[in-house]
Design a protein around this ligand. Structure first.
Ligand SMILES: Cc1ncc(COP(=O)(O)O)c(C=O)c1O
Length: 359
């Protein structure tokens, strides 16, 4: 089978066995005589899929009963708005840790809705590091918001802040990539299209106590209460995306769960960072050492021309998705869960060969 080495930033690679299972079941899901896409979202057969995805996510991420699991739509981008709508009343303030373009977007959106301030920032060095933490001293602080992995700049929180304030995290690009203490978080959200499945479903994990504080006077869809009360079946959910999520979660379980996935992700990232670090500055990593992402490895070459040649030759050699985000250029290898160690080995070997030829 001709599968390419896919380093896309999202939507991104899915496990081959998941795609094959979906293909096998596509026309006749569990002897229903229908595709899963054709099932009523109120049917027993779909309900099984829905619950299975919720249960597997709970099991794999060790989500305690104190937290609710929701499946929403609108991507992480809608969460940028839902969070302030639900949790910022007139006199309250949301505090945002600015670590890249996505946290800038989250802050900007919150500022159109209520009071939102910058807590700390790494913009002074083009978002190449995770800034140090101090809790806001403001009594009006309703929550603090972080972006756990900065998809564009390639930085990642290695340790989460010890905060007394409600902690909200955009985990779009590293959810399910490592073990987590869910208890630390009041709300976690993530678009599915990197580690969880195809685009179309957004996972929200919210502490029930925190949910109690959410605003009730909102348009129905924008209220977290709606989705929690209706078990994410208030309106038609993205049934196919949730089905794919359940298959991806099954795959993670079969692979050995999050501890195995985490170790594998560490090995994959090391392969690429080792090439960068031993390249005598031919490859220059964007992220500073202790802030490096295990999901998005960002780097440049000595000149813009050479970066272009690298990207062209990479494409010719069967590596896709290595261009950096259009806002910063350079190169980026996104190595989410479904990108195999073999793909990373091949890329590492290609990078060494390229340096040998052009260095
Ligand atoms: C960290 C992060 N947050 C938010 C988003 C936006 O997600 P969506 O397209 O699901 O709205 C992305 C997309 O790449 C992302 O990487």
């Amino acid at each position: 089978m001709n599968r390419i080495d896919n380093f896309n930033a999202g939507p991104s690679a899915l496990p081959l066995s998941v795609l094959q299972k979906a293909q096998k079941e596509l026309l006749n899901f569990q002897n229903s005589g229908m595709s899963v896409m054709e099932l009523s979202h109120r049917s027993k057969t779909y309900d099984f899929v829905h619950r299975k995805a919720q249960e597997l996510l709970r099991e794999l991420m060790n989500i305690p009963d104190t937290h609710e699991v929701l499946f929403l739509q609108g991507g992480a981008s809608l969460q940028f708005a839902m969070i302030p709508y639900n949790f910022l009343s007139n006199d309250e303030v949301g505090y945002y840790s600015l670590t890249g373009s996505w946290s800038e977007k989250a802050l900007k959106e919150a500022q159109t809705i209520g009071n939102a301030h910058i807590l700390n920032s790494s913009k002074d060095r083009t978002y190449s590091y995770i800034p140090s933490w101090e809790d806001p001293v403001d009594d009006r602080c309703a929550y603090v918001h972080i972006t756990s992995n900065n998809t564009i700049y390639g930085t990642q929180w290695q340790q989460f802040p010890n905060t007394k304030k409600p902690l909200i995290a955009d985990m779009s690009s590293d959810i399910l990539s490592r073990q987590l203490d869910i208890e630390k978080f009041d709300l976690i959200y993530a678009g599915a299209q990197k580690n969880l499945g195809p685009s179309g479903v957004t996972v929200v994990i919210i502490r029930k106590e925190f949910l109690q504080k959410a605003n009730h006077n909102l348009p129905t869809y924008l209220s977290y209460h709606t989705h929690a009360e209706k078990n994410s079946l208030f309106n038609t959910p993205p049934t196919f995306a949730i089905y794919m999520l359940s298959l991806v979660l099954e795959w993670v379980k079969e692979e050995g769960g999050l501890s195995t996935i985490e170790e594998r992700n560490e090995r994959k990232a090391s392969m690429l960072y080792d090439v960068i670090d031993s390249s005598n500055h031919f490859y220059r990593g964007h992220a500073e050492g202790n802030s490096r992402s295990r999901m998005n490895v960002t780097f440049t070459l000595p000149s813009a021309e050479l970066t272009k040649v690298f990207l062209t030759e990479a494409q010719e050699n069967g590596f896709v998705g290595l261009s950096g985000h259009r806002s910063i250029g350079g190169c980026r290898a996104s190595i989410y869960n479904a990108v195999s160690e073999q793909s990373c080995e091949r890329l590492a070997a290609f990078m060494k060969k390229f340096q040998h030829q052009h260095g």
